[in-house]
Design a binder for this molecule. Structure first.
Ligand code: SF4
Length: 263
């Protein structure tokens, strides 16, 4: 095994800026094969990535964390990704139901500390159970969503899951994003049409007013500082140059190094 750090990715990230989301998906599939999957929470950005993968017939699995307290519309969107797009969606579950968790620990999502613990138990832990099967995960974060996502790199190191995160929509602007959804008739979670700009658990997500920030409806009951659950490491400022361990040959492949010298 060898180390791959965020600094190692600097030049590659620069060259990736020229690629379309579809080209980035094809790159991910060619480099990682079965050891890469798409992460989707069944919001519209995730649906766009799923549509692109399905259209290109890329054999990419989709990981969906079912926290047990999703809106019915979110679960139905997941089901349509399977039936209409033919995708292999793997649904991951927390160990306890919300009722069991609340009986044991109280209603965690009502306080800031409790929310962090609840998100950890119901989102991060289920995802972690699956990540040993993958060296890379495809995410759908977009810079156009602003906030901490305003500078998200295309390739980022995720020390939590020990994977390379590939944010294929990072530089996909609002106009081209919305045009793609309309032009391709992408299946999107119907809650987006009901005032939800982002969609998470039914306990912690509300619609937003037209002049509010996109993420104002997340954890509204906890105040404006609670906007991210921490499942995406680029939402949390950890500083430095994080690194993960991957097979040396794979790192060479990622970085485009060629060892086949002819003397
Ligand atoms: S969003 Fe709310 S209900 Fe869902 S896991 Fe986080 S704290 Fe729990």
């Amino acid at each position: 095994m060898a180390k791959l750090s965020q600094v190692d990715l600097t030049d590659l990230n620069r060259s990736m800026e020229e690629r379309t989301p579809q080209e980035l998906l094809a790159w991910a599939a060619s480099i990682f094969g079965k050891r890469v999957a798409i992460m989707s929470a069944m919001q519209k950005a995730g649906s766009v990535v799923c549509h692109m993968a399905s259209s290109a017939k890329l054999p990419l699995k989709v990981l969906f964390v079912d926290t047990g307290v999703h809106f019915q519309e979110t679960l139905e969107t997941r089901d349509r990704m399977i039936s209409d797009y033919g995708l292999d969606v793997i649904t991951l579950h927390p160990k306890q139901t919300m009722a069991e968790q609340s009986a044991e620990m109280g209603v965690l999502y009502l306080t800031p500390d409790g929310q962090a613990k609840c998100c950890d138990l119901r989102k991060t832990e289920p995802l972690m159970q699956a990540t040993s099967d993958y060296d890379a995960l495809i995410s759908s974060l977009r810079r156009a969503d602003g906030g901490r996502r305003g500078n998200v790199p295309i390739l980022s190191i995720d020390t939590n899951t020990q994977t390379l995160k590939i944010n294929v929509l990072a530089n996909f602007g609002d106009q081209e994003f919305n045009d793609y959804i309309v032009r391709q008739s992408v299946i999107v979670n119907p809650l987006h049409e009901q005032g939800f700009s982002t969609i998470g658990c039914n306990r912690c997500t509300t619609p937003v007013l037209p002049d509010e920030e996109k993420r104002a409806g997340r954890w509204r009951h906890l105040g404006p500082w609670a906007m991210y659950c921490g499942i995406n490491p680029t939402d949390v400022d950890r500083g430095g140059s994080p690194a993960i361990e991957l097979p040396g040959e794979l790192i060479d492949k990622i970085l485009g190094r060629n060892d086949d010298f002819v003397i």
